[in-house]
Ligand binder design. Structure first.
Ligand code: ADP
Ligand code: MG
Length: 398
């Protein structure tokens, strides 16, 4: 195409005085086509490209520049660049005077807030002289605008997440350190308890009060211990240690462990398991933790006489486990915050249980969904990918 071989046009332009009308017309057409081509190239660029003079008058702006600066083609002559971007003239003044290049990051507020890298480079452009007959060289500036809003946001997010990470590290250290005094408190409380038991025979009245205080201290220590353990688990997630598991077996273990608490609360548990439930690949301890948290939440939401129904089954792609309770249910506004750390509606709750459950499910390529009918109950459904699905998901595409 002509662009790659401009020589014939240039040769014709050199002899322009000698050309007849027909040749001139064809030359004008060729120049028009050429210009059209360049225009299309400039208009598909992501970068805004402008040509301005030292007064900021815009001689050319491509489509991206129109978009970034909110210029409209129909507005007639474009306003000076300085009017479009206040503060820019002062910023560019030294470069404009000396005619040197410059690159800067600027903020645009109109038509929408954007962060832009501006690159300005001077060049000599042929322009018509005052007498309009001759051509002189004038200094012009090519301005290239690159939208860096996205990059900047990513960087800001990275800095923010690094900041959070360092706070988390600090908090983890503190939480870990709290473990030692708590341990020592536990041991000493046990000693006091033992002594108290011995004294009980001698002075019944006084020791009864002391025993109650002691129980309160022990409960509080256990609570602090729980908060710290949960906190550490929440902020230091360990990657799952996968092995082949039958979820029914793991569930039975957890239920046996919680049996006492469930009986104390007067909660009835029914387990319905389909006959053939495939094994899944999962971390045994993490699964226990998931079930423990869900069963605990369900039982805490119910009154004596409540019923927890656990159904285990499978479809073509998943193993499914549903926990349905007849508890208080969850209000829609609370449902939206269910997985948020520290969101709790319980006095003494720490609001980390559901967050841990969600994190573990994600790490297993699984999914958790919660349906709740306030006043009637809640169903939490866990969905685990089948083993062969998991391999397919992680391995090369079939
Ligand atoms: P915590 O149990 O310490 O409050 P969780 O993260 O385990 O923290 O649960 C967060 C909140 O979600 C609970 O305080 C409760 O309001 C609500 N919730 C979770 N499970 C249930 C459930 N089965 N029934 C009713 N509310 C629930
Ligand atoms: Mg909980």
């Amino acid at each position: 195409m002509a662009v790659t071989k401009p020589s014939s046009i240039e040769r014709m332009l050199e002899r322009i005085d000698t050309l007849d009308a027909a040749t001139l017309a064809s030359l004008a057409q060729r120049l028009g086509r050429e210009r059209g081509l360049f225009e299309r190239v400039f208009n598909v660029l992501q970068e805004g490209v402008l040509v301005v003079d030292a007064d900021g008058e815009i001689a050319y702006a491509n489509a991206a520049a129109h978009r970034l600066l909110g210029l409209r083609a129909s507005d007639g002559p474009a306003p000076a660049l300085w009017r479009l971007v206040p503060g820019l003239r002062a910023m560019l003044a030294p470069a404009l005077e000396s005619g040197t290049g410059l690159t800067r990051e600027i903020e645009l507020s109109y038509p929408e807030p954007r962060a832009v890298r501006l690159y300005l480079v001077p060049f000599a452009a042929p322009v018509a002289a005052l007498d309009l007959a001759s051509v002189v060289e004038a200094r012009r500036f090519a301005v290239v605008l690159t939208d860096i809003t996205r990059d900047k946001l990513d960087t800001d997010q990275r800095i923010e997440s690094e900041r959070v990470a360092s706070i988390v590290l600090l908090a983890a250290g503190v939480a870990h350190e709290l473990g030692n005094p708590l341990n020592s408190l536990t041991i000493h409380l046990q000693v006091v308890e033992r002594k108290l038991r011995k004294l009980r025979g001698i002075d019944k009245k006084d020791t009864a009060g002391l025993a109650e205080s002691l129980r309160v201290c022990q409960d509080e220590v256990a609570r602090l211990d729980g908060i710290i353990a949960n906190f550490l688990q929440a902020i230091r997630p360990s990657p799952p240690d996968f092995s082949d598991l039958r979820l029914g077996d793991v569930l039975a273990e957890v239920l046996a462990f919680q049996e006492r608490e469930l009986t104390d609360r007067g909660v009835n548990v029914e387990v319905e398991a389909a006959r053939e439930v495939p094994e899944i690949s999962a971390d045994r301890d993490q699964m226990k933790q998931v079930f423990f948290n869900l069963i605990k939440n369900a039982s805490e939401a119910m009154q004596p006489g409540g019923r927890l129904r656990i159904r285990l089954g499978a479809d073509e792609d998943h193993v499914l486990l549903a926990f349905t309770d007849t508890g208080t249910g969850i209000k829609p506004e609370d449902l939206a915050r269910l997985f948020e750390p520290y969101h709790t509606t319980k006095p003494g709750g720490h609001g980390l249980g559901m967050m841990v459950v969600q994190r573990i499910m994600r790490a297993h390529g699984g999914h958790i969904s919660v349906e709740s009918n306030p006043g009637h109950g809640t169903t939490v459904t866990l969905q685990f990918p089948l083993k062969h699905r998991r391999v397919r998901l992680l391995g090369p595409a079939p």
